[in-house]
Design a binder for this molecule. Structure first.
Ligand code: SF4
Length: 236
């Protein structure tokens, strides 16, 4: 048994929106980015959260195994799970040893040997493509668009199934060009088998208030379900 511990923000035992089927979702602490639309600013600070070993989390996951069915399993989200890729590898490896499907929800902004090792035990990646252009990436995310695209190319090379995800933000991504960019990526990378459009919501305002920091997108309205439905028609 290793002594690596993961810093965890929180758990969701029966998640239905972060990967296929019903999943045990682990929200990891720490993020290298500062997205304007972030709904989990309380996961940013790397030194916060609670430490767990991979065995401790596996024990929690196994309690919900009967709900997973054929598709479900564990999802690592955050925050950015790639910041703790050695720990994530241990946890996913243990999950595989116990027949649990593994899914990683990431911004795809970090690539190194440890991340490549983690991907050898990852069954699916939910990859956020936050904007379709470089300027928006630099201004509202804090990294270049090239990072998630290079990440996607690597996933495709490794034949790992990918779900592309984009938050539909009024005035920024609620347009055809933004969604067509995802469609073009799906055409180019054969292992992308799903695209999800997620409505921008503002329930996170309370977290920003508690942390006494500005919510950068406070002035932008939440996305309506009507606009999501219209844009979903572009997905084919
Ligand atoms: S990558 Fe995710 S957790 Fe990190 S700032 Fe962006 S939206 Fe928030």
């Amino acid at each position: 048994m290793s002594d690596i511990k993961g810093r965890i923000h929180s758990f969701q035992s029966l998640g239905t929106v972060d990967g296929p089927g019903i999943r045990f979702v682990v929200f990891m602490q720490g993020c290298n980015l500062r997205c304007g639309c972030c709904h989990n600013p309380d996961t940013w600070e790397m030194s916060a959260g609670t430490e767990y070993t991979a065995d401790e989390i596996l024990a929690k996951v196994l309690r919900f195994r009967e709900y997973f069915g054929k598709k479900g399993g564990i999802t690592l989200s955050g925050g950015e799970p790639l910041l703790q890729s050695e720990f994530a590898y241990e946890l996913f490896d243990l999950c595989h040893q116990n027949g649990i499907n593994t899914c990683l929800d990431t911004s795809g902004s970090i690539m190194n040997d440890s991340v490549r090792k983690l991907l050898t035990v990852t069954d699916r990646v939910l990859l956020d493509i936050k904007y379709a252009d470089e300027d928006s990436y630099r201004e509202y995310v804090g990294c270049t668009l090239a990072k998630p695209i290079e990440f996607l190319a690597y996933l495709n090379e490794q034949k790992i199934p990918v779900t592309l995800r984009q938050v539909i933000i009024p005035t920024l991504t609620d347009n055809e060009d933004s969604v067509n960019f995802l469609v073009d990526l799906r055409k180019k990378y054969e292992h992308v088998d799903k695209i999800e459009l997620l409505p921008f919501r503002k329930i996170c305002q309370v977290k920003y208030d508690e942390m006494q920091i500005d919510f950068p997108f406070a002035h932008i309205p939440a996305a309506g379900t009507d606009v999501i439905k219209i844009l979903e028609q572009l997905l084919g």
